[in-house]
Design a protein. Structure first.
Length: 722
């Protein structure tokens, strides 16, 4: 290793590094079979980035990818959640637990957390370039930026570029950007906005000296296919600025560096996991495990459609027979007929279903059934209009010639879309259709299932959590009046070991969450009564009362104006909320507040992006705005980030400076061989503070009224053939 290090250092100084690595790579590839890039060409490095060992490369995971990465060595433990909203964008949130750095004292190891982001651009089939920022906000103990390029051959990938910040030790060179912008020549140790952490440290990005970073990956074939050999130049000073700056430690001997080169091997385990063993800085073994998946499409093939049968009774008209057969057969697909009307060759069918989130897919399934039932009953139908209904409101009308449903697997999508008509819902017009089956109210639906509860990010212990038994009940008193109840029973958790230090100077609207987690094993998470109304076309409303969330009960109203032909919507919400007792039953505490927001939502349908800007009054009485941006894929997978700024100063807000976080939403049916409408939701804030906190009432209108605009429906035409 020493000989190799001396040689490579010589080549670096003489600026022929790239050609040296290229010659090694070409030599190896000439002795192996050609390797088509497969499941192991985008593995993670120690720090949760798509990369080599400690260095990044220019690759990113495919859009819809969500992964978890964990590394362990004698210096630190490191975990990261990594998500790719686009093919060209990769973002991660990390936790770093030092083994030799104190937090309060020797009994508690230091815990740091932050965000990484990478932007990648494909130049051609072989070459990509990327720009990235690691730990780009807050204290910045791991702060570093890079510009790299990756060239891939048939069995190798070479990465080289420039690193800044923690990539640079004393042997860096003058920043080339500084030749154009002199301010970039120096990198300040501190910037004015990071005293309390959490704020982007823009004043340090890509500043100061630069350093060449480089490495290679070699992809094995044959019986070793799925295995990657890695080698790279390690630029870090582990005993300097890299995570130990201005900190006390028990023993920094483990950070001594015996070599500037890292080597390692990584092996893919199936399609969605990998295990890596790396030897870093010449004296330390690092074990890395990554697992995850791509949620842009289902993992399992769905069941074949049900076979249709006739169910009509004798002695009734042909039209009545048709309606009875239709109800029977669409019910088998969990599509529920609300009303129907056949007039002048057009069949209007108003349906509701919690099973299918995609309106085009629902339209196709309904049309396929109508076409078969029409043949059995010889009813003249030229056009089918699906009227989507939810909570008593018409969402949309989708009209298509019935002929396209007879063999929809081979239907030409361009023709189907061209010959179809999309229109806004017409308030409650469906309630006057000629055929209205009797619906018996009240109707009750109950489900019981285990679920996970989590609290993440305490400096003493990264994760607190447990398993609960969750009961969900919905009672429908009418199509527009319903009561939703959610009751939790603890099975096992470790919340009793969580510190309870609500040290905020603001009203404790969220920081005493630990008191709620520790108080009771049986509690009511929600018991919310909602009445939905639709006073005008494209205007929706909701009255709510009861237990609105884990920490608050109250009463309120919500409105949403959503024009069918536009890509924007405007919402208004106003609540009188009162804080609940810690046992989360029916008792209330003295604290109460009027809270509300006006929300402007804008949808970019081609990209699946939804941006929301809201302004109003938060639970602690502070006023300000929240910006939320997310991307939804056609599979229903959504990921997003948000931040809030209010009239609370960073000093009064406390550590973190302002509220922020990220979330993702995964459709449950991606893991099933049948369709289902539920989601798994995950939302994480780096810190739980009291400023900028919203009430989290259930059944928000922006979610319930999805598919009430043309753009939201048109982007799903591809599912017509499914």
């Amino acid at each position: 290793m020493l000989i190799i290090e001396v040689l490579l250092n010589f080549f670096i100084r003489n600026k022929i590094l790239f050609y040296f690595i290229l010659s090694i790579s070409l030599s190896i590839s000439s002795q192996t079979n050609h390797y088509l890039y497969g499941k192991n060409d985008k593995s993670f490095n120690i720090f949760g980035e798509t990369g080599i060992i400690v260095l990044p490369n220019a690759e990113t995971k495919k859009a819809g990818s969500l992964s978890f990465s964990y590394s362990d060595n004698k210096m630190f433990k490191y975990g990261a959640i990594v998500v790719s909203p686009f093919d060209w964008l990769e973002a991660s949130y990390f936790y770093h637990r030092s083994r030799d750095v104190w937090w309060y004292g020797p009994e508690t190891n230091d815990l740091d957390k932050g965000f990484n982001i990478k932007f990648s651009q494909e130049i051609n089939d072989r070459l990509k370039i990327a720009l990235g920022l690691a730990d780009f906000a807050g204290t910045g103990y791991f702060s570093r930026e890079y510009i790299v390029g990756s060239f891939k051959g048939d069995s190798y990938r070479i990465t080289s570029g420039l690193g800044f910040g923690n990539f640079v030790n004393e042997d860096g060179f003058s920043n080339p950007i500084g030749a154009l912008i002199p301010a970039f020549k120096e990198r300040p140790d501190e910037v004015s906005n990071n005293k309390l952490g959490g704020s982007p440290t823009v004043g340090r990005w890509f500043r100061g000296n630069a350093k060449v970073i480089f490495g290679s990956e070699f992809f094995l074939t044959g019986k070793l296919k799925g295995t990657t050999i890695k080698i790279e130049y390690d630029p870090f000073d582990y005993n300097g600025y890299f995570s130990t700056r201005n900190k006390q430690g028990t023993n920094f001997n483990n950070r001594k560096k015996d070599s500037n080169f890292n080597i390692g091997i990584e092996h893919s385990i199936g399609e969605n996991a990998s295990l890596g063993i790396f030897f870093i800085k010449g004296n330390t073994l690092n074990i890395k495990l990554s697992f995850g998946g791509n949620f842009s499409k289902p993992f399992f093939k769905k069941k074949l459609p049900y076979s249709l049968v006739a169910d009509s009774q004798k002695g009734i008209t042909v039209k009545e027979s048709f309606y009875e057969d239709l109800i029977y057969n669409i019910n088998k697909k969990n599509i529920f007929l609300q009303s129907s009307e056949l007039k002048d060759g057009e069949l209007k069918v108003a349906v509701a279903s919690s099973k299918y989130r995609n309106p085009i897919h629902l339209h196709a399934l309904l049309g396929e059934t109508v076409a078969e039932v029409q043949k059995m009953n010889a009813v003249p139908i030229d056009t089918l209009t699906t009227v989507g209904v939810n909570v008593g409101h018409e969402l949309h009308h989708i009209s298509s010639p019935l002929e396209y449903f007879s063999d929809r697997e081979y239907a030409v999508l361009e023709l189907v879309a061209k010959d179809s008509l999309l229109e806004a819902g017409d308030n409650h017009a469906y309630q006057s259709y000629e055929f209205r089956p009797t619906i018996h109210y009240p109707a009750s639906f109950t489900g019981i299932a285990p679920a996970l509860v989590n609290h993440i990010g305490d400096p003493v212990k990264f994760h607190y959590g447990g398993i609960i038994l969750r009961l969900d009940n919905e009672i429908q008193f009418s199509s527009r009046l319903q009561l939703n109840t959610e009751i939790h029973q603890n099975i096992i958790n470790n919340f009793d070991g969580k510190r309870n230090l609500p040290d905020s100077r603001l009203p404790h609207v969220r920081t005493d969450i630990v008191s709620y987690l520790q108080e009771s094993d049986t509690y009511i998470s929600r018991m919310q009564l909602d009445y939905f109304f639709n006073p005008y076309k494209e205007l929706f409303g909701k009255f709510s009362a009861g237990i609105l969330e884990n920490m608050y009960a109250g009463v309120g109203v919500e409105f949403l104006y959503k024009p069918f032909e536009a890509n924007f919507s405007i919402g208004l919400e106003a609540y009188r909320a009162k804080k609940r007792a810690f046992n989360r039953m029916f008792e209330l505490l003295d604290y109460e507040i009027d809270t509300g927001h006006i929300n402007f939502n804008y949808h970019l349908p081609q990209l699946g992006i939804l941006g929301t800007l809201s302004y109003g009054k938060y639970l602690a009485g502070d006023e300000g705005y929240t910006f939320d941006i997310s991307r939804r894929l056609s599979s229903g997978f959504r990921t997003g980030v948000f931040f809030t700024r209010t009239n609370v100063s960073a000093e009064l807000f406390g550590e973190g400076s302002f509220d922020k976080g990220f979330y993702f939403q995964i459709p449950i049916d991606l893991f099933l061989n049948d369709y289902r409408g539920g989601y798994m939701n995950f939302k994480l804030r780096p810190l739980t503070r009291d400023g900028g906190q919203k009430l989290e009432a259930g059944n928000d209108l922006i979610g319930l009224m999805h598919t009430t605009s043309r753009a939201e429906i048109e982007r799903d035409w591809g599912s017509f053939n499914d």
